[in-house]
Design a protein around this ligand. Structure first.
Ligand code: HEC
Length: 609
């Protein structure tokens, strides 16, 4: 028994825990290994802006070598001051001898998002191994796979793949060790997992999954489709007394649910369990009954607004963002981050009809698999029966004709770098898309699919669903910025900027309503993130600043334009303000981490995002 154990230990030493997935399952191979020595050498490659493996487990006395296999310089920096490589140019190496047991975290001093962990076991070979030598892959499969999916693709819990995990190691260590209160994510520390084991899992979820594992094509989508409520059993009339033309749906970001408010009476009508971090909403233009919602775990829900429940769901991807519905209510399109696809579905049944691979050449000439940043639909009566999608990395906008059986695509390239969100002109002839790296709003002629202008608005424009309005025959558009505190307004007829209004800091959302004389913008990422800026549509003057709550965002008008709803994300309330006097008329609790607000009035609007 002891030899097996020692040999296993050696494999761990040689491979590092994250790399150990391959061989440890086979004790025979392990037994044939060379004799055990408590100290050994491990090389960590710095490549593609990451440390590989992310987590290594070594015995006391081991020598760790970092080798820079990237074209750019890096620098290994111990968070607790144990080692410091200084700048390592391409090809250079750095060594550190691990003489002390413990968990040693480090990052690249030049690229702080690159992190790694070294676990140094005390006493060499006799120390108990993390998970008693079981491969971390098996531990994942047994303890986590049930909720996070056998291939880390996500299920009850979100996908645990590097493309999605943009937080720090510390955050993920904390979630795994201490759980997530208010959710089903267990506290594994309390269940007996050691800190080393938790680090090993952080390393594992940071490791790449193979292409096969992230595959999510027509077959997987179709297999995931589920009817939750038989529609033939649904009542013919609404079971609540809210005004269906004036409902406000509020994403409860950390609670996997949607809070529904009646915009006439400002009552909370209920909560609809739905997707993880619900991101996109669409309302059936042909009926007041159906809404659609997609979240960051890739589940698309069909929601019955009469009974406030989801009736069907389908998993369109592993990480999804926006969606749009065709004017005839027949098709829904969802844009995915993972994999790089857009999916067209039958809106009635949620059957997938087409998976579009969003690959293309970016503005720098590189071929990329591109996330889909924005989805929108164009009114057939105005321009044509089209969906528009924006390819984030590829910097292209595609126009998909949904009236044709094979959904033909027209493309416009070189729109900008890192496309994000945007909106249509009221007549649908122009599509305004934020290029966050080039700091402009690109203007696309939807009929000819050409870029007609690039408006340099400011740092990292982020219009959300945008704001457009008309004053004396002139139509204006506006955006806030995720990179600076400013509202930029331009004339849609000539794309000239007419006003730039400073705010307290970066914001995400700006809204206007035809029946309200003001535009409302948040500054949710400002140093003081609880201010809403109210600007006159005609004079572009800042007329009022609401300062209330903890972190406030996403102002949205009720259908008549009289009231404005604002979420307080950290304050767990939604506030309602009078749209003319700016007085608070209601403060509604009973919501968890409210963020995006979407009005059923959008049913008749064509919108991006
Ligand atoms: C019973 C279901 C369940 C099990 C088992 C489970 N998780 Fe989770 N986990 C969740 C849910 C649900 C969330 C999302 C919580 C929230 O809403 O923020 C989550 C969140 C996480 C997150 C944070 C992800 C993010 O993007 O913020 C990590 C990391 C994580 N889990 C890792 C693990 C690991 C590792 C295991 C196994 C040791 C595990 N989980 C087991 C349900 C589970």
């Amino acid at each position: 028994m002891r030899t097996v154990r020692l040999s296993l230990w050696l494999s761990v030493l040689l491979l590092g825990l994250a790399g150990l997935l391959v061989t440890l399952g086979d004790p025979v191979t392990a037994q044939e290994s060379t004799p055990v020595s408590p100290a050994t050498n491990v090389t960590i490659s710095i490549a593609n802006m990451a440390f590989a493996p992310h987590t290594v487990v070594v015995a006391t006395g081991a020598t760790i070598t970092w080798r820079n296999d990237d074209a750019v310089p890096h620098a290994v920096h111990s968070l607790e001051g144990w080692f410091e490589s200084g700048e390592l140019s391409a090809g250079a190496s750095f060594e550190w001898q691990a003489n002390q047991p413990g968990t040693f975290r480090y990052r690249c001093a030049l690229h702080p998002a690159m992190e790694g962990v070294i676990i140094v076991m005390p006493g060499g070979a006799i120390a108990p191994l993390p998970f008693d030598g079981q491969p971390v892959e098996n531990v994942y499969r047994d303890s986590c796979g049930g909720c996070h999916g056998p291939h880390r693709e996500g299920a009850t819990g979100p996908a645990l793949i590097p493309e999605r995990l943009t937080g720090t190691d510390e955050q993920y260590f904390d979630v795994i060790k201490n759980g997530k209160p208010g959710t089903v994510m267990p506290a594994w520390g309390a269940l007996g997992m050691s800190d080393e084991e938790v680090w090993a899992l952080v390393g594992y979820i940071r490791s790449a999954v193979t292409a096969e594992e992230v595959q999510w094509e027509m077959e997987q989508i179709a297999d995931s489709r589920e009817v939750l409520v038989d529609e033939s059993t649904l009542p013919a009339a609404p079971t609540h007394d809210g005004n269906l033309d004036n409902l406000l749906l509020v994403t409860e970001r950390e609670a996997r649910s949607i809070a529904v408010f009646d915009g006439d009476t400002h009552r909370l009508l209920g909560h609809i369990p739905a997707s993880y971090r619900a991101h996109g909403y669409a309302f059936d233009p042909t009926s007041d009954r159906w809404a659609y919602n997609v979240g960051r775990d890739g589940w698309l829900f069909k929601i019955d607004l009469y009974t406030l429940q989801a009736v069907a769901r389908v998993r369109v991807g592993l990480d999804s963002r926006g969606l749009a519905i065709s004017d005839d209510g027949r098709y829904v399109i969802v844009g995915n981050y993972i994999p790089a696809t857009a999916v067209i579905l039958d809106a009635k049944t949620l059957e997938p009809l087409q998976v579009i691979h969003t690959d293309g050449t970016d503005p720098d000439g590189n071929f990329v698999h591109s996330r889909v940043a924005i989805t929108s639909d164009v009114a057939p009566s105005l321009v044509g029966p089209y969906f528009l999608i924006g390819l984030k990395e590829a910097g292209q906008v595609w126009r998909i004709d949904y009236s044709q059986p094979d959904f033909p695509i027209e493309r416009v390239e070189n729109v900008g770098r890192i496309l994000h969100d945007g909106f249509l002109s009221p007549d649908n002839t122009r599509f305004y898309v934020a290029s966050q790296k080039d700091n402009w709003m690109a203007v696309i002629d939807v009929a000819t699919m050409t870029v007609v202008e690039r408006i340099s608005t400011g740092k990292t424009p982020h219009p959300g669903s945008g704001a457009t309005w008309e004053v004396n025959g002139t139509v204006y558009g506006a955006t806030v910025h995720a990179g600076e505190g400013k509202v930029t307004i331009w004339d849609l007829s000539n794309n000239q900027i007419v006003a730039e209004i400073p705010t307290g800091g970066p914001g995400l959302f700006i809204r206007a309503h035809p029946k309200n004389p003001y535009i409302w913008a948040d500054s949710v990422f400002a140093e003081q993130p609880n201010r809403i800026y109210i600007i006159d549509k005609q004079t572009f003057e800042l007329v009022h600043v609401i300062e209330e709550g903890i972190q406030t965002l996403h102002p949205e008008f009720t259908a008549d334009g009289r009231y404005v709803y604002v979420s307080d994300w950290q304050g767990n309330v939604v506030r309602v303000y009078d749209g003319l006097t700016f007085e608070k008329v209601a403060e509604i609790g009973g919501v968890t981490t409210p963020t995006g607000i979407f009005s059923t009035e959008r049913r008749l609007e064509t919108l991006g995002h």
